[in-house]
Design a protein around this ligand. Structure first.
Ligand SMILES: Nc1nc2c(ncn2[C@@H]2O[C@H](COP(=O)(O)OP(=O)(O)OP(=O)(O)O)[C@@H](O)[C@H]2O)c(=O)[nH]1
Ligand SMILES: [Mg+2]
Length: 448
């Protein structure tokens, strides 16, 4: 199982009914899993070790020693296979038959299960390894009816990580707003956005199937519940060129199996290392869509021209979207934003893109709009929000998306946040990405 698949795993423990039990029960449940994981020798794996830390923190809030006697209510014994498999990231290839047999045997003996119950444990292990028939049987099984909601989450997770990811490479010259764009798509602050050239690594952001309340990160160390500082800080001990983050994407792309690849901003004179990493990624072809972020405040620079030429030469027949970020900066009394877009389109055509799709957008406005939907904004953020709101009421991008890009209409916004998401281009951008990912809109392909 590759790293992109591992981090697509949502934490199923957050949905486990054991959370409703008292601390002693949760403690017994945790140490029962821990003992079995050790018995089958999985504790040596880096991921299992991180998972043990995560479970401990989640179930015991970090404290509580192992109880003398590990007694769990019988019905929880049937959930153990799923949590044990979660320690192997549901990687069927890594869950060796002998280890599973040993684990199942241990559960049956320690919990005094009868023959039928033991068969159910074995079936649960099979389901945890992704067996369709086992899933059908378990979801029909009366003895498991009490935890059906939880089982559906587990199954969704397993089926989700099996899907082929849709990789979207994001490229731009420096400071165009790639990181802000990623934060706006994800609806969380996971990628460092600032004014100076900063991102020097490839950030790989892997979507999870459902919201589990945590973002995981692999940056030399594994953090399955990475704090904001950890997410935004680059670990100097990471000698590779990659940082991986797993998180649920809030918004219209939620539940889609997507991997966003944030490449370092390209600047030809200053940082050759950035250029090398980005060029390699573009040439590798390991993506299905490329999002090229244009900085509306610096259109047509020499760096831009060079980079566009490089992309045009190497993109082949892949889908490409041009996101004209910081469109808010184009809203003024003496310039018509739609004329600027047309000029930009012609410029792109002159660089070799036959029918470029240009999406005017404001990543910062979209990020604030999404953030305001799940948490309160600081006073400064609220002022920013209001500013963007007014600007995008004045110049509404909907017409452009609906008439020019033929995006189709979208749902009427129900509140200010939804209105800003729509007017800043976010809702349309998400829709376009989703449509292309799911096989629609072939006219978006450049260079045909
Ligand atoms: N006005 C305006 N500013 C924005 C917008 N989006 C991003 N910015 C700002 O532009 C600056 C650069 O944004 P980043 O997201 O860090 O850009 P980046 O492309 O990831 O930069 P590097 O990775 O360093 O190349 C930050 O100060 C952002 O706040 C926008 O829609 N409008
Ligand atoms: Mg960046």
């Amino acid at each position: 199982m590759d790293y992109k698949t591992i981090y697509a795993n949502a934490q199923i423990i957050s949905k486990n009914p054991i959370n409703r039990e008292d601390e002693k029960s949760r403690s017994c449940y945790f140490y029962t899993i821990n003992n079995i994981v050790r018995l089958i020798g999985w504790q040596r794996r880096k991921y299992s070790h991180a998972q043990a830390e995560f479970y401990k923190k989640h179930l015991l809030h970090g404290g509580a020693k192992a109880p003398k006697e590990l007694k769990i209510k019988k019905r929880y014994a049937f959930l153990l296979p799923f949590d044990i498999a979660a320690f192997a990231a549901f990687d069927a290839g890594a869950m060796k038959k002998e280890q599973i047999a040993l684990a199942a045997d241990h559960i049956c003996k320690t919990q005094n299960l009868d023959e039928g119950e033991c068969a159910l444990i074995q079936r649960s292990f099979k389901a945890a390894a992704g067996d369709d028939e086992a899933w059908n049987a378990i979801l029909e099984c009366e003895a498991m009816a009490w935890c059906l909601k939880y089982l559906r989450y587990v199954r969704d997770n397993i089926y989700f990580i099996r899907k082929k990811p849709y990789n979207i490479l994001i490229t731009a010259t420096m400071s165009a707003g790639k990181s802000t764009l990623i934060n706006s798509i994800v609806g969380k602050n996971i990628s460092l956005a600032r004014n100076m050239a900063c991102t020097s690594k490839m950030h790989v952001i892997v979507s999870k199937p459902f919201e589990d309340g945590v973002s995981s990160e692999y940056d030399n160390e594994i953090h399955l519940d990475a704090a904001k500082d950890t997410l935004l800080d680059d670990n100097e001990q990471n000698l590779t060129t990659r940082i991986t983050v797993g998180t649920y994407f809030k918004g219209m792309l939620g539940g889609e199996r997507i991997v966003l690849l944030d490449s370092p901003g390209v600047n030809f004179s200053e940082n050759k290392e950035h250029l090398k990493i980005s060029d390699q990624m573009i040439r590798s072809g390991k993506y299905q869509m490329l999002i090229y972020v244009l900085n509306s405040t610096q259109l047509g620079t020499t760096d831009e021209e060079e980079h566009l030429k490089f992309v045009a030469k190497n993109i082949g027949r892949k889908n490409i979207l041009f996101v004209m970020n910081k469109a808010d900066q184009l809203i003024s009394d003496d310039e018509d934003i739609f004329e600027v877009i047309e000029r930009q389109k012609k410029f792109l055509i002159s660089k070799g893109f036959r029918s470029p799709v240009v999406c005017p957008f404001s990543a910062r406005a979209a990020f604030l709009a999404k953030k305001s939907m799940s948490e309160s904004l600081s006073r400064t953020e609220q002022r920013e929000f209001d500013n963007y709101y007014d600007k995008f009421i004045q110049t509404n991008l909907s017409q452009y998306y609906e008439k020019k890009l033929l995006c189709g209409e979208i749902k009427k916004p129900r509140n200010e946040a939804e209105r800003l998401l729509k007017n800043s281009g976010m809702t349309y951008l998400e829709k376009i990405i989703k449509d292309i990912k799911n096989g629609g809109k072939p006219n978006v392909t450049a260079l045909r």
